[in-house]
Design a protein around this ligand. Structure first.
Ligand code: UDP
Length: 244
């Protein structure tokens, strides 16, 4: 990982970084044509990585691992190793799209269902007219070879991979060497960009109940959200161990 300090939370090394610092650092990376991999990790990802050491290794191999979600910030506070703030995948992606628009960067979009990726591209073209869309593909492919060939040939500045975790992280780790780009896993972000799912209004975000807003929109997420109490329990166990 890079020169930023790290905080270990249940086996994942989080980068001690604010959103502004991250964007600044990524712009610098872009200017120097660096190959970068960003993970925005939430409690679900931390739990998944605890169960699967290979996945944990992949995440800890990323260049930046940010705290996506209030659960990570809370966990870090409980363990007395605070992280500065939440840095979400969606907000980071929007900032990078804005930068790409200003600087006419080449951007590649990979992931989500065919209709979603198509709408994502339409909206990006509308809102960021100066971005050069290097290419795009839905996230339901059997053979990655044509996509890899395309990315290799186009050498985009930024590559957003929306395959959900852990798929997107395995994909990036496996293929990042084919192009010196800024690679980032963005989960369900294309569903929001496409207008398929609404982002929580600011009130919900500021009151740390964005998760509740998502749950109301997508009730099938309930089972996934049970990860949060499980995660907090592990955090308290860890704290107890530290005290002994
Ligand atoms: N997805 C995909 N290919 C797959 C599995 C999932 O492209 O094989 C997409 C899915 O359509 C959705 C995103 O990955 O757009 C995952 O969204 P989710 O909300 O689960 O991600 P989160 O933000 O919670 O990580």
């Amino acid at each position: 990982m890079l020169h930023f300090e790290h905080i270990n939370i249940l086996g994942i090394n989080f980068t001690k970084i604010t959103e502004n610092q991250l964007i600044k650092s990524l712009i610098d990376d872009h200017k120097h044509k660096k190959n970068r991999f960003i993970v925005t990790a939430n409690p679900e990802i931390v739990l998944a990585a605890r169960k699967n050491k290979e996945y944990q290794k992949i995440i800890n191999h990323a260049d930046y691992v940010t705290a996506d979600g209030i659960g990570i910030i809370k966990g870090a506070n409980i363990l007395n190793t605070p992280l500065p703030e939440r840095v979400t995948g969606f907000d980071t992606m929007l900032k990078l799209l804005k930068y790409s628009n200003k600087n006419k960067c080449k951007v590649y979009f990979l992931g989500a269902k065919e209709t979603i990726i198509k709408d994502t591209i339409i909206n990006v073209q509308k809102d960021y007219p100066d971005i050069i869309i290097s290419g795009y593909h839905n996230g339901y492919f059997k053979n990655p070879d044509p996509i890899i060939k395309d990315i290799k040939q186009k050498q985009p500045d930024f590559i957003f991979v929306a395959l959900g975790f852990p798929k997107q992280d395995y994909f990036i780790e496996k293929y990042r060497e084919i192009s010196n780009s800024i690679w980032m896993g963005v989960g369900g972000s294309f569903d929001i960009l496409a207008g398929n799912i609404n982002r929580a209004p600011e009130f919900w975000i500021n009151h740390h109940i964005e998760w509740l807003y998502r749950l109301i929109q997508e009730p099938k997420r309930f089972i996934r959200m049970l990860a949060l109490p499980k995660y907090l329990l592990l955090i308290y166990k860890e704290k107890f161990k530290q005290k002994k």
